[in-house]
Write a protein that binds this ligand. Structure first.
Ligand SMILES: [Zn+2]
Length: 253
């Protein structure tokens, strides 16, 4: 299994990284993609990947970090994209839940990063919260750019629009929450070639670990078990599909 989205540079994981990697390997999670959120974090991601062949990274500016970022940072990200460990641009996108007051700036950074993705021919990891309409309408101007809506938590109608537009869905810990019946319907209905498994660690710890621990890549197996149950298949099948989809989308593996 590949954890397609985690934040290994977050101190909560970084401080115990060797243990985190060992627990992941023991759980069958041999590889992972760590995702940057700001220029400084992006640099740490690339540095980390140089030491760990089982880790690749996506680098970009997260919508929740646009206030303290500069548009020129995107030029630095263009240089970093040349590193062999970088497999995607992101995470970027729109967050209208936490970012009402930075909406315009988020759009500016999103568009700038999509222009870069188009230029360097990279897939994009999208963070989208309460902003599906605007995200899809902006992506519509970049039809050559492949996109993955990470940690999807929207409605089944939104999922259909995303898949119909040719994009991928990422399923994380939210799928396992008791109240997430509708999200499990999305997981059941998602086309086999359009979804990937992820943790978003250290955030969004899946059930049954939610109360006890910060999230980490090993726990993607709990989420995969819930998606497997929703689809009426075994976990190995989810592993096989997600791994193939990660390899196709990110061109890694
Ligand atoms: Zn993330």
């Amino acid at each position: 299994m590949i954890d397609s989205h985690c934040h290994l540079t977050d101190p909560r994981l970084g401080e115990q990284l060797l243990d985190v990697l060992a627990r992941a390997a023991a759980a069958g999670v041999g590889r992972m993609i760590t995702v940057g959120t700001s220029l400084e974090d992006d640099r740490r991601c690339v540095e980390l990947c140089r030491q760990l062949p089982q880790v690749r990274c996506a680098i970009g500016i997260h919508p929740n970090y646009v206030a303290e970022s500069k548009l020129e940072d995107v030029e630095q990200i263009e240089l970093l994209q040349l590193d062999g460990s970088v497999v995607a641009l992101g995470e970027t996108g729109l967050d209208y839940h936490y970012g009402q007051e930075t909406k315009l700036r988020q759009r500016e950074f999103f568009i700038r990063q999509l222009e870069l993705a188009k230029k360097v021919n990279r897939p994009v990891v999208i963070h989208c919260r309460e902003a599906v309409d605007d995200t899809l309408s902006i992506l519509n101007d970049f039809t050559s750019v492949a996109a993955l809506f990470h940690c999807f938590t929207g409605t089944i109608e939104e999922a259909r629009r995303i898949v119909d537009a040719g994009y991928y869905l990422g399923f994380g810990g939210a799928v396992t929450f008791k109240k997430s019946e509708a999200l499990r319907d999305v997981a059941r209905e998602a086309p086999a070639d359009r979804f990937v498994m992820e943790t978003d660690a250290p955030y969004l710890t899946p059930e049954p670990m939610r109360k006890q621990k910060i999230n980490e890549p090993a726990m993607v197996m709990h989420t995969a078990a819930v998606v497997a149950a929703a689809r009426g298949v075994d976990v190995d099948e989810i592993d096989r599909l997600s791994t193939a989809n990660v390899q196709r989308f990110f061109g890694w593996g």
